[in-house]
Write a protein that binds this ligand. Sequence first.
Ligand SMILES: [Zn+2]
Length: 319
Amino acid sequence: MSHSADVPLIDRHTHLEGSLDPGWVRRESARRGLDLPVSLERLWSGVAVPFESFIEAFLFGAALLDSREAVREATLAVTRRTQAAGGVGFDLWVSPHFLVVHRRQLSLEAFWRGLEEGLSEARSRGLRCCVVVDAVNHFGPKHGQAVLDLVLPDLPAFVKGFSTGGLEGCPFREWAPVFHRARVAGLRLAAHAGENGPGSNVREALLEGGVSRIVHGIRADEATFDLLAERRIPVDICPSSNRALAADVDPHPLPRMLRAGVRCALGTDDPGVIPCDLATETAAARHMGLDDIAIATLRRNGAEDAWCLTDDESRPQGL
Ligand SMILES: [Zn+2]
């Protein structure tokens, strides 16, 4: 049996736009004459805020990603934070549609180039990494199709997945055609579900949306935990993010999920907005009462189900 130190430590869920280095955000804001939103200062100081206030803080940072250099810098922030905590890889969620089409703050080409440069540097430092394109659930399936219209014609090889995030305002069954199109294009499918929406969203995302990976899932019931375990669905768990944005889910269900056999793994979600890294998330998991064996299970799941560690043979060429 291998020691857990032999198992690669992976940040299984982090957002590019939510991973900016706070020092960089302060400098860039000052340079541009922008005041930091109160919501961001509160989150940086560890105060829980409503999800809408988090979105405001998240979008403030995202607005600074208006050049290839800024996107590269954001990718390097993910790299540095991962490495500093002993991590050797990450699955990185990105929102190009928001930056390129909604905000029109940089071109798609500049976005991909900045990302490629940042990821190349991460790889040169020995990290494994891949990208998941995120669409906004509450903007609905038309928006989802627009995201795919934007990215599919010239999709970089480092993009391995498609996901929904944001407020869980639109039923996942309505997203099914979007997920289907992404799957046909060779992308793996994930959804933020059971985070700010009801636990039943987890079951619906799986059974009607057709996704094969859940982010959070913390509001699901025991029967859904059993379903997740039975189908060996990877679930990304981000304790600091949950404590800030889903504070009413207390105690955190991670111990129950692991006992049910759910393939949970740790991620940092938005560590530039809600300060954390893989070390703090592991400490938070221990604080929930998890023992060494459970912590090792999280790490092993984190590596075994990581998309950044799996070679992708399913992507058709030319899509
Ligand atoms: Zn997330």
